[in-house]
Write a protein that binds this ligand. Structure first.
Ligand SMILES: NC(=O)c1ccc[n+]([C@@H]2O[C@H](COP(=O)([O-])OP(=O)(O)OC[C@H]3O[C@@H](n4cnc5c(N)ncnc54)[C@H](OP(=O)(O)O)[C@@H]3O)[C@@H](O)[C@H]2O)c1
Length: 239
């Protein structure tokens, strides 16, 4: 069955959606919207004491211990990698280490674990990976390590998309008000609803921002970088 071709309205109903950073501002907004769509939500959280809406299954995890989630990811239809940190102006070795560990490598490890659960021969089971990088992929975020770590993740995902066994959607978001960005101008609730609205309509690069330049710069960057990666790298998959 082609899941995208099935009714847009019901596309998420009954699907199991796991989301990292679930106790954060956007994590909670996405959880609310997904529950309204009829999805079953699995909150992946690093905050042991967080409480969630009724009906949400909760699993705790830690960056660096992604392997422990392998079995649980098998039965997940959509994984939304949404966790992230911003060390702002800190450029100490510890800040470099933490930014890349959380924003880049834990996201990358989870992405690969999830992709390893996809059986390309199984067209009946929906499998999708959504990754929240940021419009920092193509513009400044007034936070060098945030930009560097999110850009690296974004570039790796562009590379990985060339051979991915399932749909990978990128979430390219502008500033919204949250714990991570208290002065963000958009509302996280609105952003969460816009993400799901665009995903249901098949967008793979989901851009939600007030910055018009991102709508031009991101698609150009994605297409040109993808072409470059395609020309100068090989899949490594035996033919
Ligand atoms: N706010 C913005 O303006 C903006 C713009 C573009 C993109 N984004 C991205 O959107 C995503 C959600 O951010 P948000 O604005 O909603 O911020 P938030 O409220 O701070 O949520 C981020 C969540 O990430 C998880 N997290 C924090 N430290 C972690 C660690 N060391 N290891 C693993 N997970 C950790 C936490 O969730 P748990 O406690 O549940 O694990 C935290 O609540 C992030 O990836 C962010 O970079 C934000």
């Amino acid at each position: 069955m082609n899941h995208q071709a099935s009714s847009t309205h019901q596309w998420l109903a009954g699907q199991v959606v796991a989301i990292t950073g679930a106790s954060g501002t956007l994590g909670r907004s996405l959880t609310r919207t997904l529950l309204q769509e009829g999805a079953k939500v699995l909150a992946l959280t690093t905050s042991q004491n967080s409480s969630f809406q009724e009906g949400v299954e909760v699993v705790c995890w830690q960056a660096g211990q992604e392997e422990e989630l392998r079995d649980r990811l098998q039965s997940i239809n959509i994984l939304i990698i949404n966790h992230g940190i911003n060390v702002h102006g800190d450029r100490s070795p510890a800040a470099i280490q933490k930014s890349f560990q959380v924003n880049t490598f834990s996201a990358w490890n989870l992405a690969e674990l999830f992709l390893s659960t996809v059986d390309p021969a199984d067209s009946d089971t929906l499998k999708e990976l959504w990754i929240n990088t940021s419009e920092a992929e193509v513009g400044p975020a007034i936070s060098p390590l945030y930009e560097l770590s999110k850009r690296t993740l974004g570039h790796l995902i562009t590379l990985r998309r060339l051979d991915a066994p399932c749909v990978i959607r990128k979430l390219i978001l502008g500033p919204f008000k949250s714990n991570l960005n208290p002065i963000g101008v958009m509302s996280a609730d609105w952003v969460g609803r816009a993400i799901v609205f665009l995903a249901k309509r098949g967008f793979r690069n989901i851009i939600v921002t007030i910055n018009p330049l991102t709508y031009l710069a991101f698609p150009l960057k994605e297409v040109s970088q993808s072409l470059y990666f395609q020309l100068f790298s090989k899949s490594g998959v035996p033919s």
